[in-house]
Design a protein around this ligand. Sequence first.
Ligand code: PEP
Ligand code: MN
Length: 357
Amino acid sequence: MMIIMRTNATQEQINIVVERVEKNGLRAHLSSGTERTVIGAIGDGRPVQLDQFMYLPGVDRVVPITRPYKLASREFRPENSIFPIDGVKIGGDEIIIIAGPCSVESRSQFLETAFAVREAGAHALRGGIFKPRTSPYSFQGMGEAGSEILMEARQLTGLPIVTEVMAEEQIPLLVQCADILQVGARNMQNFNLLHAVGRSQHTVLLKRGMMATVEELLMAAEYILSHGNRRIILCERGIRTFETATRNTTDINAIPVLKSLTHLPVIIDPSHSTGQAAFVNAISRAGIAAGADGIIVEVHRNPAEAFSDGGQSLRPEDFSVMIQQARAVAEAIGRKVAPPSHNVIAPTISHITKAEA
Ligand code: PEP
Ligand code: MN
């Protein structure tokens, strides 16, 4: 249920309500909006007497949250959740672009791609060091050795890093070298992992499972939110359908649907949703037109040589075109792609010319 405080409720009155919530064995989650505080009281479904909260001082009204996901719902928090990722904010009017290779393959591959995407206007850098692969014989990622490369790329480019976490035991390492932990499609319902990234209090990029409904995605986000971690970005990355012409089918509907059901930012991944570089630009334009708050896209300095997902990776020059068109579409709908973040540090590509391959 939600306990909606009056606009003039005092902190002391809020504290008293929180105490009462906890005394009933429920967990209190505060949402401070522009006008009033709402206290989400979440239990395990066992009945609780509502009228004991209704007449506490400062309480306006008590209403149930009808959706199965509580903290993720717009009922609980009508305003968009907006939070910073380094120099830029996600979830507001500005659209952010995350770009980089599917996998970190070597120092020079990652750093060169990193500089190229920064040059084109990306706001964050992606690259996996732990890769979920269908075959155990495919490249599984550089593992721990790749973490140094992620850290160096962050330091040299000033861009925040997005990287995938596949298991709880990787979290201590990844929170050192990444700003955003990606929970991939295959792990969207790995509930132990969801609990663990929730506890980490690190920003999470939660990708929709390829066979998951929108509601299941929101329930997965609820796991993370239940630990008080509110920095979650949802990602539509295509679902499995009967169609085989593309790797997945971009569920473009999911973007406005998610935006209506949740306050969390929603981005689109046109790389995995199409599986083919030739269609990535069109689908990123569609995603922005549909209301996405950002794009995550695979870019490789030489896609033909990529260890994973080369066929869907853009060359840096294609990415430049993509970002320009993204800007035009954003403007057409009254938004804009965020300007490059200000904390860009001076080093350029010349700093890595001596990098080993
Ligand atoms: C990825 O981002 O490289 C990836 C494996 O994504 P997904 O989990 O969406 O397949
Ligand atoms: Mn990939």
